[in-house]
Each structure stands twice: as C-alpha cells, then as structure tokens.
Design a protein around this ligand. Structure first.
Ligand code: DX5
Ligand code: ZN
Length: 219
C-alpha cells in the first residue's frame, strides 16, 4: 500500500460517532483520526479527556490523536493513557524549541508515536530540526479548527520540501501526513509530492455511502 487513509470523525454528529467507528473498521481502515480542540488554540471544542477515552476504547484500529490545544505538554500523558497510539501536537502551541523536543521525548517515554503539526501560515523550515526524532509530521492544508474547508494549494510545496528532506536524510520511517480539504483529487496531488498518510473528513462522511467513497480512495 502506497499510503494510509485516516478517516476523521470530526464532522460526524456525536450520537453517530460510535456507529461510524464500526463502519470505518468494517471497511478495513487501518487508522482513525481523532481531533481534539480546546476552544483556545482553535475556537471550537470537541472532546474532553473522558469522551476521548470512551471513544478510543471502541476500536482496535490505530488511533491517531491530533491535539489542537494550548499547553500540550500538560495533556500528552492523559491522551496516551486514554489509548492514543499516535499523539500529534502543534508547533505553534509550544513556547520554544526546548519544549517541542521535551514533548516528543515525553510521548515516546509513555509508549506512543510522536507527531508534530504545523499550521498553513507557519514556516516549514522551522520544524526540520525535529524530523529525525519524530514518527510523523502533519502538514495542515487548511486552517485548523473545522472540517469542510478548501485545500490550500501551497501545502503541496511544503509536502515536497519535507519529502526531499526525508529522502536526503534517509528518514525512511517518517510519515508525512496531510489534513484538511482532502478529496479524491487533492489526495493524489499530495501522494505525488510524497505524503503517505491522508486525513479525510467531510469527503467521506458528508456522503450517503461512506464505504463506497472509502473504497474509491483506498489504495
Ligand atoms: C481540521 C481537522 C481535520 C478535519 C478535516 O482542523 O484537523 O482533521 O476533520 O476535515 P476535512 O477533511 O473535511 O477537511
Ligand atoms: Zn485533524
């Protein structure tokens, strides 16, 4: 398989999430993406730690938790204890490079994979020093905070720059994930530039037949 699809349940109504998780599993998805928003780093709020614990316990599929929260350092252990397999936090939510590095180490120490995400307006060069110790780098291809937005084309350049750095430095296991505005077309453009994990929300869930769309884009 050339890439992994990580369906995001962000746009699913709360009462339907458990059923959607089962549906995702039944289609053979290998990952599920959970968006955590705190109403501070981004305006919206999604799940608190108790809700996440209950949702993560519903599935054995790899659980990719995307923290759009301030002060991620204070919360990473709680999310790992709650069942996250990968924890991605935001570069912009950290006060300095020392903190970014400390959080990556902390995630590893508690036994999860570590991801670092960058917003569309931030300079991609700023996160290159961390790539060798990360499992995943997440390029936000929309402004974080809500589903259903249009893919920002300049993200493709960022993906390509990361891919070139990864190749040059032989970081063969580093995953390059893209999140926001992914559909059948933008997915292909991202994969061509070197992305290998694609978060897909509204394209899959704002559609009557999830399974049909999943099959269409699952490689
Ligand atoms: C946005 C979230 C995404 C969101 C993507 O801040 O991080 O994971 O669910 O939704 P779509 O695929 O609709 O852009
Ligand atoms: Zn996300």
């Amino acid at each position: 398989m050339k890439y992994i699809i990580a369906p995001s349940i962000l746009t699913v109504q709360k009462s339907d999430i458990v059923a959607s998780i089962k549906e995702i599993e039944n289609c053979g998805a290998r990952w599920i993406h959970f968006d955590v928003m705190d109403g501070k780093f981004v305006p919206a709020t999604t799940f608190d730690i108790d809700e996440i614990r209950s949702l993560l316990s519903q599935t054995k599929v790899f659980k990719d938790v995307h923290l759009m929260i301030n002060n991620p350092r204070s919360m990473v252990k709680a999310y790992i204890d709650a069942g996250a397999n990968n924890v991605t936090f935001h570069f912009e939510a950290c006060k300095d490079y020392i903190e970014v590095s400390a959080i990556i180490d902390m995630i590893h120490q508690y036994g999860a994979k570590a991801g670092l995400s960058i917003k569309p307006g931030s300079d991609i060069n700023a996160i290159l020093p961390f790539l060798s110790k990360l499992d995943l780098v997440l390029v936000m291809s929309v402004e974080p905070g809500k589903g259903g937005q249009k893919f920002i084309d300049k993200s493709l350049k960022k993906i390509n720059l990361l891919y070139k750095y990864k190749t040059k430095n032989k970081l063969n296991n580093l995953l390059i994930e893209v999140d926001g505005g992914i559909n059948d077309k933008t997915l292909q453009s991202c994969v061509k530039k070197g992305a290998n994990v694609l978060v897909v929300g509204s394209y899959l869930f704002n559609h009557p037949d999830f399974a049909d769309r999943f099959k269409k884009i699952n490689d």
